[in-house]
Design a protein around this ligand. Structure first.
Ligand SMILES: NC(=O)c1ccc[n+]([C@@H]2O[C@H](COP(=O)([O-])OP(=O)(O)OC[C@H]3O[C@@H](n4cnc5c(N)ncnc54)[C@H](O)[C@@H]3O)[C@@H](O)[C@H]2O)c1
Length: 415
């Protein structure tokens, strides 16, 4: 049976919903689901609480590590591990090997109180004997830093129904990640898939306090989602609505944002999020590059052109009256989240314009892209977009090419 490896491995605290959510996500992905605890019970021929009582925790952890090591080499579906499993060193080593071979280790993080109550309600958990809530909290303090460190994916299920949480998990498992490296740049990831916007808090990181969310009106629906998520995760969010398209890429707009950042007292521990088409991400990157000589920023492109080109190469800039992109700098984002769901609201003609860039990269660099274009259904599915995005970001860094001309700035509201 060797040569297989799980599609994904889910870890998390007791009560986080690893089994319930994992099983439902496996169904959505049409793959098998395995719960390591159930496999262990089958292996030892008794329920875990009984085994714990009879042989003690060290003996249980030994069996657990062996069963998980086997599953990591033989099971190819979605695997959920018991809450304490990653605390065993040999299991952590096996999980590190799994990740190194391209595996996805997902930390499923639920609201602490919800998970604690669920775990206590469920009963029959030997690690929670006694004052279950107190024990849970102590375990959380020990385990949470380890889970964060070893996992390479993170799913927050705060306030989600099991079905919504399962959808988030399955989306994240299906995601494509392109790791971008280059001389003189900080490496970053381009995450492509349905729901990658949910990764915003993770990419911004815990050191960031305040976020300026720069976006345009046509993508309001997506910026609403980003703002809600950021606020829910505890960031202070400042909404900065800029004029649409080229009207947003001007020095006047930049000046208004610099003024606002100054009034707020934006510092180097704050960050910019640029959400929208290429014009919005160019402007957001420019603000990030220039504010206090450069602060953290994350791009959330919502047009095809921005996904495959504008948001990924680190080129930021604004137009002047004399021409497009005349002022700017190279400044790499901390991450790029290309959420394919946002393309559903993108007008068709703008999507088609983006395809022009895609085919251009096919002619310049990789004819397989042209083959993909030819086989693309007329209704242009997002899976094809994924192929383009993945192939392009490592190999190609074209200059900007939109034919739309710069227009003079207008005044604009910022909320
Ligand atoms: N930095 C770079 O490397 C680079 C490369 C290529 C292009 N660019 C720049 O990118 C810009 C062109 O990007 P573009 O084609 O995305 O144009 P754009 O940013 O002007 O967006 C086009 C229109 O689509 C709207 N839109 C975007 N996403 C949407 C969504 N999901 N739903 C509904 N409406 C949506 C925008 O609000 C806008 O009205 C130009 O300014 C160009 O200079 C930069």
């Amino acid at each position: 049976m060797s040569g297989h490896r799980p599609l994904a491995v889910v870890i998390g605290m007791p009560g986080a919903g690893k089994t319930r959510v994992g099983r439902e996500a496996a169904q959505m992905l049409n793959v098998d689901f395995a719960d390591a605890d159930i496999e262990i019970e089958q292996e030892v021929g008794m329920k875990i609480p009984r085994y714990f009582k009879k042989y003690g925790e060290p003996a249980f952890r030994e069996v657990e590590a062996d069963v998980i090591a086997d599953l990591l080499e033989s099971f190819d579906g979605l695997l959920a591990l018991g809450g304490g499993a990653p605390m065993t060193e040999s299991t952590r080593d096996a999980l590190a090997d799994y990740i190194a071979a391209g595996g996805k280790l997902v930390y499923l993080e639920a609201d602490r109180h919800e998970a604690m109550e669920r775990a206590a309600r469920g009963g029959n958990r030997p690690m929670l004997n006694g004052d279950a809530n107190k024990r849970w909290m102590k375990l959380y303090e020990e385990r949470d830093p380890v889970f964060r460190e070893i996992s390479n994916l993170h799913v927050h299920t705060h306030g989600s129904t099991p079905r919504v949480a399962a959808r988030k998990l399955s989306n994240m498992i299906q995601e494509r990640i392109v790791h971008v490296t280059g001389s003189g740049i900080e490496p970053y990831d381009v995450c492509i898939g349905e729901g990658t916007l949910n990764r915003l808090p993770e990419v911004l990181g815990q050191d960031v306090l305040r976020v300026a969310l720069i976006h345009t009106q046509p993508v309001q629906r997506h910026s609403d989602q980003a703002r809600a998520l950021l606020r829910q995760t505890g960031y202070e969010v400042y909404d900065m609505l800029i004029p649409d398209a080229e009207k947003g890429k001007t020095i006047d707009v930049a000046k208004t944002i610099w003024k606002r950042l100054g009034e707020i007292g934006f510092t180097r521990s704050d960050a910019i999020v640029g959400l929208g088409g290429g014009a919005a991400t160019d402007l957001a990157g420019f603000i990030a590059a220039t504010w206090m000589r450069g602060i953290r920023y994350v791009n959330c492109p919502t047009s095809l052109l921005a996904m495959v080109d504008a948001s990924t190469g680190g080129k930021t800039g604004i137009n002047t009256d004399e021409g497009k992109n005349l002022v700017g700098s190279f400044y790499t984002p901390a991450g790029v989240l290309a959420d394919l769901r946002t393309l559903k609201t993108l007008p068709r003609d703008i999507f088609t314009e983006g395809l022009g860039e895609v085919t251009k990269s096919g002619f310049i660099r990789d004819t397989e892209i042209l083959t993909s274009c030819r086989s693309m259904p007329r209704s242009s599915g997002t899976s094809t977009v994924t192929i383009f995005s993945v192939r392009r970001s490592r190999t190609w860094s074209p200059s900007s090419s939109s034919a739309r001309s710069a227009s003079r700035p207008t005044t604009f509201p910022m909320t």
